[in-house]
Design a protein around this ligand. Structure first.
Ligand SMILES: NC(=O)c1ccc[n+]([C@@H]2O[C@H](COP(=O)([O-])OP(=O)(O)OC[C@H]3O[C@@H](n4cnc5c(N)ncnc54)[C@H](O)[C@@H]3O)[C@@H](O)[C@H]2O)c1
Length: 271
């Protein structure tokens, strides 16, 4: 295993809620690889307390910030910069939430205030994080920004409802800001389209077990775990991927390019 891939790098990791979170695993790996970073999550997630344990393990601090609030992001960057002693080399956006999904609303029966909330939390917050970073000039040259997406941005997954549209927006923002920040400071921006993963956000989606198992049987390599996703995130933060930008990168065991697998054919042959 390569070591110290992130030695000397400074950054911010959002979205570690509990030990299942993709961001939690990414923080553990970033720490192992020599990075220094600040952890952040919505103030409401702080009350659960688990993130403090992660911070102790990673020898860092937690700064609460609602990713939909420009003021919170400004404060997060200012305090992180002071704590870390420099500008950032990486930002992880690992944030998603849909009130419509939480309340079980179907795609034809969405509450539009909640839909706006889904977009704001799950996609526009990515834009806001980059907007504030540009305004405050807190990114080093050749830094790397990663957001997390799902294939429902391109294909229909009926139970993913407004999160599908939020992910399409997130991926588009990665391209728009990838161009802008690339020109300005050689910063790269990508999204990772991850396999279904058993986390709080993932399992909250209707029919999760069915599409988790389906994807697992469809993918030649099986579903990618949260830990494997964290490994991929580390490569994107490292200097080994400096010319990868404005991409939506599938991290899904081959799911997105498989038409049908032999396992699924077996299940359907006698219908
Ligand atoms: N789990 C999956 O199946 C899956 C698949 C593909 C992509 N993703 C994406 O991965 C990312 C991380 O999710 P996860 O699966 O690790 O689940 P998770 O529930 O552990 O993480 C989601 C995080 O978003 C945070 N959050 C919600 N509202 C916020 C706000 N206003 N400000 C700041 N933070 C806020 C939550 O507190 C939580 O830490 C999300 O973007 C999710 O959509 C997940």
């Amino acid at each position: 295993m390569a070591e110290n891939l992130l030695k000397g790098k400074l950054g911010i990791i959002t979205g570690a809620l509990d030990e299942n979170s993709i961001a939690w695993k990414a923080a553990l790996k970033a720490h192992e690889q020599g990075a220094k970073f600040v952890l952040t999550n919505a103030p409401i997630a702080m009350r659960m307390g688990a993130i403090k344990e992660l911070a102790d393990h990673c020898k860092t601090i937690v700064i609460p910030a609602d990713a939909t609030s420009l003021e919170d992001i400004e404060k997060l960057y200012a305090e992180s910069k002071e704590y870390l002693g420099g500008n950032f080399d990486f930002l992880l956006h690992s944030i998603g939430m849909s009130p419509n999904i939480r309340k079980g609303r179907s795609y034809g029966d969405l509450n539009y205030d909640w839909m706006n909330k889904s977009y704001d939390v799950s996609a526009i917050s990515f834009h806001k994080m980059m907007h504030v970073a540009e305004k405050m000039d807190v990114l080093n040259e050749w830094s790397s920004i990663v957001g997390l997406s799902y294939i429902a941005a391109q294909r229909v997954y009926p139970f993913y409802t407004d999160m599908a549209d939020a992910k399409a927006l997130l991926e588009s923002i990665a391209r728009g800001y990838g161009y802008r920040l690339g020109k300005m400071k050689k910063v790269r921006v990508n999204t990772i389209s991850q396999s279904p993963t058993k986390t709080t956000a993932g399992t909250g989606i209707g029919g999760f077990d069915a599409f988790f198992n389906f994807a697992d049987k469809m993918s030649p390599l099986g579903n990618a775990s949260a830990e494997a996703c964290a490994d991929y995130i580390i490569t994107l933060f490292s200097d080994l991927t400096r010319f990868v930008t404005m991409q939506n990168l599938f991290h899904d065991g081959g799911y997105s390019t498989t038409g049908i697998s032999e396992e699924l054919m077996e299940q359907f042959k006698d219908l």
